[in-house]
Design a protein around this ligand. Structure first.
Ligand code: SF4
Ligand code: MG
Length: 317
């Protein structure tokens, strides 16, 4: 097992099929063992693409992914079994991600048997244990997906991912399609599991409220770039980047009412043709000429805190 954690470095230009969408560029992120990173941004910012690159579903057109500081051999569209078993993904839609014709016990057992994590003869008790861990009755393993609610299906999807004993879990909007009360249950389950199993995870969400309770650090993404990275408590106490601040202001708060709710000005530009310089400049109230010319690097602004804004490094003129 890794002692130093996993590093995702320099992913440049996530391309898929014929369309070269530069959905993610110049992202460098180091994830420590046992850490949960929240990845937040509006839809279309590239957070799902980044998650899929890390999980081995998309290949980076350039750049690399390192595990334990060693490159993983999986460049240019080639998936290696090694990485896909070490990184497991939980998708947003629990209805689409389970095979409707398979008993859920077989769904959970399939990967671990194929990859020799468990022997066929031990699979039944292994699956029962996994279902128990996600709060489902072990006898449910003989049922089919249609017999479960949305929240239960997401628990099954989590059990399937955990059964692979992944070094890294990527959860892409795992509660977004669930009712609010069910969301809280699944988030609580995730927090219990991370305690018990010392999980390392990337938790992707558009919802600052969801990420707050499950993440050690939060990365804010805008048009394919990470614009701010900070320990969770510090980010929520004092967001630095103008985009992060705008995101907070766009969240209606309980008790504050809708009148202080300010949507972020302007549309999200197309990721195919992102604005020059700082991608946020057309929507930023602090933008100056330098912002159009020059992309601000993600720079240290304090211990463990990073932000990509010229306001921190000499101004916007
Ligand atoms: Fe706004 Fe300029 Fe900072 Fe970008 S670099 S966030 S445009 S002030
Ligand atoms: Mg998405």
């Amino acid at each position: 097992r890794p002692s130093l954690g996993e590093r995702i470095a320099g992913l440049i230009g996530a391309g898929r099929n014929t369309e070269i969408v530069r959905a993610v560029s110049d992202v460098s992120l180091k994830i420590r063992k046992g850490e949960v990173i929240g990845l937040v941004g509006e839809s279309g910012c590239g957070k799902s693409t980044l998650g899929r690159i890390v999980a081995g579903i998309y290949a980076p057109s350039d750049g690399k992914i390192l595990f334990d500081d060693k490159p993983v051999a999986r460049e240019q569209g080639r998936h290696t079994q090694k990485l896909t078993t070490r990184v497991q993904m939980v998708h947003q839609d629990p209805f689409a991600s389970l095979d409707p014709r398979m008993r859920i016990g077989d769904t959970v057992a399939e990967g671990p048997i194929t990859h020799r994590i468990v022997k066929s003869r031990d699979a039944d008790s292994y699956v029962a244990d996994m279902l128990g861990r996600v709060g489902l009755d072990p006898s449910y393993r003989r049922r089919f997906p249609h017999q479960f609610s949305g929240g239960q299906r997401q628990r099954i999807a989590i059990a399937r991912a955990l059964a692979m004993k992944p070094d890294l879990l990527v959860l892409d909007e795992p509660v977004a399609s669930l009712d609010v009360s069910i969301q809280a249950q699944v988030l609580n389950l995730f927090m219990d599991l991370r305690q018990d199993l010392d999980l390392t995870a990337i938790f992707i969400s558009h919802d600052l409220g969801v990420v707050r309770h499950v993440s050690d650090r939060v990365a804010i993404m805008y048009l394919g770039r990470i614009v701010e990275l900070a320990p969770t408590a510090e980010l929520y106490a004092a967001p630095n980047h103008p985009y992060t601040r705008a995101l907070f202001e766009s969240v209606p708060r309980v008790g504050v009412g809708r009148k202080n709710f300010r949507p972020i000005a302007g549309e999200i530009p197309s990721p195919l043709h992102p604005p020059s310089g700082c991608h946020f400049h057309p929507r930023c109230p602090f933008a100056g000429p330098r912002c159009k010319r020059e992309a601000p690097p993600l720079a240290a602004i304090g211990p463990g805190r990073f932000s990509a804004c010229h306001l921190n490094t000499g101004g916007t003129e």
